[in-house]
Design a protein around this ligand. Structure first.
Ligand code: NAD
Length: 266
């Protein structure tokens, strides 16, 4: 289905971005990957058969250069995956506003502005062609709450909001938008975290998230919930926000006492 298409993915030196790249390549697509980590992205590109670029997604010109490089290599981009992400915990033992201003600003740039920059570069061409697919790798934290990281929670909510906004504003232009909202996935981001081996909150493999994206693209679904239980949690939140807050506060207590995994910095 994606054979011969031109795909560009940010933050794809490893983890979920790499898994998505591999799945597209297996389907015959031509893939450009980028990452802020030059050595990692070059190694990964060679291993999987992609073209690799260094790109810091907080820099609008770097995103433009990545898009231009990807289009020179593979032709006009059909699918752009905005995947790069970082996590900063609040200061240990501190309060909800305890994260540094710098960590909030970087999170905003990486999780939100990078998608604004990429869509600013891509939308004029996609609107002309009447097609294009924009994928935002947000998080279940963008629908619910990431305990112990205010910057991650707030900026992932903004990532989901921007994905919804793109989908609504450009549906009539033929744009398809998908928003991936996983819970725990075994990648560098969760390295060192206690792994949940089974049950609804299981740590998935990155390839499971890629599979969920492909199912959602085939079914034309906006929301990609690789952990289906997130839909149940969303229902609780929508039905009764006070009950949701009470439940989340209870889970926070369990994390405090070491009964379930907490947030881990990349
Ligand atoms: N692992 C999880 O449990 C999980 C759950 C929900 C959502 N996510 C999201 O999935 C996405 C991919 O994360 P992952 O789990 O594969 O972790 P990861 O750490 O393997 O991948 C993130 C990549 O982003 C790159 N990156 C960081 N800052 C960058 C910048 N300024 N410019 C370009 N690249 C940059 C890193 O070098 C890294 O290769 C992130 O947006 C993350 O928030 C992860």
């Amino acid at each position: 289905m994606y054979s011969g298409q031109s795909i560009a993915i940010t933050g794809a030196g490893g983890g979920i971005g790499r898994a998505i790249a591999e799945k597209f390549i297996a389907g015959g697509a031509n893939v450009a990957i980028s990452d802020i980590d030059t050595d990692l992205v070059e190694k990964t590109a060679t291993e999987i058969g992609a073209v690799g670029f260094t790109c810091d997604v907080t820099n609008e010109q770097a995103i433009k250069d990545f898009i231009q490089g990807a289009e020179t290599a593979n032709g006009p981009i059909d699918v752009f995956v905005s995947n790069a992400g970082v996590g900063f915990p609040d200061q240990p033992g501190g309060h909800a506003a305890g994260g540094s201003n710098e960590s909030w600003e970087i999170s905003w740039q990486i999780h939100v502005m990078s998608s604004v920059y990429a869509s600013r570069a891509l939308l004029p061409g996609w609107i002309r062609r009447g097609q294009g697919r924009f994928v935002i790798v947000a998080s279940a934290a963008g629908l619910l709450t990431q305990l112990f990281s205010g910057s991650y929670t707030a900026t992932k909510h903004a990532a989901v909001a921007f994905a919804e906004y793109l989908a609504i504003m450009h549906k009539d232009d033929g744009l398809k938008v998908h928003c991936i909202c996983p819970q725990y996935v075994k990648t560098n981001m969760t390295k060192g975290m206690q792994v949940i081996k089974d049950g609804p909150n299981i740590h998935l493999e990155a390839s499971d998230v890629a599979d969920s994206l492909f199912t959602a693209m085939a079914d034309d679904k906006f929301l990609v919930l690789s952990h289906p239980v997130i839909a149940d949690y969303q229902q609780v939140k929508l039905a009764d926000i006070d009950q949701y807050i009470a439940k989340m506060a209870h889970i926070k207590q369990k994390v405090d006492t070491g009964h379930i995994p907490g947030f881990k910095e990349t």
